[in-house]
Design a protein around this ligand. Structure first.
Ligand code: FES
Length: 201
């Protein structure tokens, strides 16, 4: 090459600034663009980035298919506590006491009065908040809008439009109380006198 030809040539760039053809192909593959044609400049050193990109695409596809199949075999299932449960023996309950053992898991208070045991739904009849049993004041008090209920479940203050509901309660074959949340009894409908709404003691 003559001195004139040397001065006419563009300045050489360092290797690190020049992407090899296979590298450009890998970038194009990841970007979803059309692949440039292979040229004679494709070298063995540049083949590995292309292989890596292809492996990446393959792995992503396999993961997507695996996730889809996994969701088919293991669908989203909501596990809820059973609607019927045992609540111990009647002798475990003291007269005038509200038993809160089953409130957290089943949303039920069990109350014993002079003559019976009944199961109260611990859901406020206003907008569904869970009231609290205030031992000193002997009332259920809803923290959301202030509704109050007597130990019987009858509402007496706040916006709650009706008493708490009661659930079916019976004595099972083994002598334990059984609460069945599938059946409710509402005071305003005269249902609290139903024999399934309480257990005589
Ligand atoms: Fe209980 Fe409103 S939800 S008072």
């Amino acid at each position: 090459m003559t001195d004139t030809e040397k001065s006419a040539s563009p300045p050489a760039q360092p290797d690190s600034m020049v992407a090899s053809a296979p590298t450009r192909r890998a970038e194009a593959l990841l970007a979803g663009a059309a692949l440039p044609p292979l040229t004679a400049k494709t070298t063995r050193r540049g083949f590995f980035p292309l292989l890596g990109a292809a492996w990446l695409v393959f792995t992503a596809g396999a993961a997507l298919i695996g996730t889809t199949i996994g969701r088919f075999f293991f669908p989203n299932v909501l596990f809820e506590p059973p609607s019927t449960f045992k609540a111990g023996f009647p002798s475990e309950y003291e007269v005038g006491q509200v038993d809160e053992r089953f409130k957290a898991k089943f949303g039920v208070w069990i109350v014993r009065d002079e003559h019976s045991i009944y199961a109260l739904n611990s859901t406020c009849t206003h907008l569904g908040c869970p009231p609290n049993w205030l031992v000193a004041e002997r009332k259920f008090k809803c923290p959301c809008h202030g509704s109050g209920f007597y130990i019987t479940g009858i509402n007496f203050e706040g916006p709650a439009p009706r008493p708490l509901e009661r659930y079916k309660i019976l004595v099972g074959d083994d002598g334990q109380l059984v609460i069945d949340k599938n059946q409710k009894f509402q005071y305003e409908k005269g249902q609290w006198t139903n024999p399934d709404a309480f257990v005589k003691v």
